[in-house]
Design a binder for this molecule. Sequence first.
Ligand code: ZN
Length: 292
Amino acid sequence: MNILSFDIEEWYIESFLHGRGSDRFKVFDQYLDSILDVLDEQHTQATFFVIGQMALDFPQVVKRINDRGHDIGCHSYQHTWLNTMSRDEVYEDTRQAVDALEQCIGRKVKAYRAPAFSIGKENQWAFEILAKCGIEFDASVFPAAHDFGGFPDFGNQVPTLVKTPAGDIKEFPITISRLLNKEVAFSGGGYFRLFPFWFVNREMKKRDYNICYFHIGDLTPSSKMMSKENYERYYKEPATWLNRRKRHMKTNLGKKTALSKMNRLIRAWRFVSVAQANGLIDWENAPKLIIQ
Ligand SMILES: [Zn+2]
C-alpha cells in the first residue's frame, strides 16, 4: 500500500512572513492546480494536511482541494511545533484548527499531521489530545531522528494502533530507509529532492507500506534567503550566518527536478489516501502502542 500525502501551509507561511500582497500566492495556486490535474489524470485520491488558519484566510484553496475529491486533514492551526506547547495549548490549537477546517469544507476532519513531525516520546500524550479532538488517523510519527521532531523510539515502521484513554488513533508512520548507516526518509521532503527517481522507486519496492509526503515549497522555484528577523520568527533558533546559509541550502536543494520526479512517481505507482488505506489494513493484527 502506498499513501500519498501533501502538507499545505505555503500560503499561510508566506502571509505570516511577508503579508498578504505577495505574488507568490499565484505561484502556489498554479502548482496546486497542476498537482490536482495529475491526480485526476491518475484517478488518485490523496490526503492534504492543511493549516487551520488557511481555512479562514485562504478558504478557496482548502475548498478547491476538497471539491476535487481529496481528503482534508489537519496540519495544526498555525504550524506551531507540538513539542513546544503544553497539553492545554495542543488541545486548543487542534480544536481550533479542526473546527475551522470542518466549517470550511462542511465535513468531518479525521486525519492529522503535526508540523515538523513534532510528536515524539516526550510528548506522546499528544495522541490522547488528538483522539479527544475527534481525530482517528495520524501521520505525524517520523520514526528516526529529525531536526525539529522525530520519534526514534517508536519502534514500528508500519501502521500501528495507538491506544489512548480517549480512544484509538490509527498511526501511519513515515517510511524510513537505512543508507550508509543513516536513516533517511526518501519518500518526501529534502531527501526526496536529493535522491534520483530510480533510488526512490527501488526503496518503495522493498516494502509493502510506503507513505509519500510533499510540500508545494519542495517543488516551487528557489526562495530568497530569509531575513534574520523572519528566520528567528519561523525557526525559533539564532539567525547566525551559518544557520541561515545551511537552512537555505537545505530547503532549495534539488528543487529544479522535484516536480517532474514527483509526477513520475504518481504515474508509476498506485497511491491511496489515508482514509482509503484505513480500509485496507487489518487493525486487529497491527502492532499496538499503549499510551497511559
Ligand atoms: Zn508543515
